[in-house]
Design a protein around this ligand. Structure first.
Ligand SMILES: [Mn+2]
Length: 311
């Protein structure tokens, strides 16, 4: 079915649901938060009498809600920016009597009749903006701001291969809805000094193997700088934008001693390799969790090989 038809059915489901619960993936990024909180802000704007809750943990946990199981069971649950059920933050979404999804990851699981997926969109927030625009609706400035933040973050400020004409169409429409790009950039990209320090450390420790560049960060490296695991592991951008580097990666030691990998590629698809190690993501941006030193070593070798072939 055409995505806009699914969207209209989703709008009908929202219209008739007194309670709506909103979910997104674990370790949320700005597109996950943006797509989730944009829906919350729009529902509050359009339906002030409905109960709407955003669920999950993470950096913006003060903006998340607490609800009991019964409330979720009575709700329409909408999952955003999440490829598979296991990755949903707060598995109680499964209790909901109706479950919908909006996402732009490769469709590895079917979420049923209200599954709205466009794998060509640069962000889930992009899909949302295009759908609301097509429906001729106003979403309010708060929802628009959340969507613009998700779109700017996932598209890396409109600079990666996932960007398409509709990405700018979505951004233009969001500005008409009163979203502010300067405010979004400040929200997304201004850093704490400790984050700058760990980022500089990651860059200083980078190892170059042919066209592959990587950095390994231990627990002590980030804790001693007053930085959390989550913040440290999100600093793969410290290795971005280097001529001749085809693949780059940040390996961050988890609190349990195993390693988490953030992989980026300038060109070649790396998601299949990530899948082999139990990870996933996009063609040029992937994550893997729980790597022991043996797996880490073989992954580094394979990434070096892959980068070499591509160069
Ligand atoms: Mn996304």
């Amino acid at each position: 079915m055409h995505n806009f038809e699914v969207f209209k059915q989703l709008l009908d489901a929202i219209e008739s649901a007194p309670i709506i619960t909103l979910f997104r993936h674990v370790n949320p990024d700005p597109d996950a938060y943006g797509s989730q909180l944009a829906l919350k802000e729009w529902i509050r704007y359009a339906y002030p009498d409905k109960q709407v809750y955003a669920l999950g943990q993470g950096e913006r946990s003060d903006e998340m809600d607490e609800v009991d199981d019964q409330t979720i069971a009575n709700s329409l649950a909408i999952v955003t920016d999440t490829a598979n059920r296991d990755r949903v933050d707060d598995q109680r979404f499964l209790l909901a009597h109706q479950i919908a999804r909006m996402d732009h990851h490769l469709q590895i699981e079917d979420f049923g009749p209200l599954d709205l997926v466009d794998i060509h969109a640069s962000a889930t927030c992009e899909i949302q903006a295009l759908m609301f625009k097509q429906a001729g609706m106003n979403i309010g400035p708060k929802a628009a701001q959340e969507m613009l933040q998700g779109l700017m973050a996932d598209s890396q400020r409109f600079t990666i291969t996932t960007v398409r004409p509709q990405s700018f169409e979505a951004a233009a429409w969001l500005m008409e809805q009163q979203a502010n790009p300067q405010q979004a950039a400040k929200f997304l990209f201004s850093r704490d000094y400790s984050t700058f320090e760990i980022s500089a450390f990651i860059a200083s420790r980078a190892v170059k193997k042919g066209a592959f560049l990587f950095s390994v960060v231990s627990q002590q490296d980030y804790l001693s700088r007053g930085v959390s695991f989550e913040t440290a592991k999100s600093q793969v951008n410290a290795l971005n934008n280097i001529k001749g580097i085809m693949i780059w990666a940040l390996f961050t030691q988890q609190p349990d001693g195993l390693y988490s990998a953030s992989l980026r590629s300038a060109k070649v698809a790396i998601n299949e390799l990530a899948n082999q190690y139990g990870g996933g993501g996009h063609q040029q941006a992937c994550g893997i969790k729980n790597l022991d030193v043996r797996k880490l070593t073989s992954l580094i070798e394979q990434l070096e090989q892959l980068a070499q072939n591509e160069n």
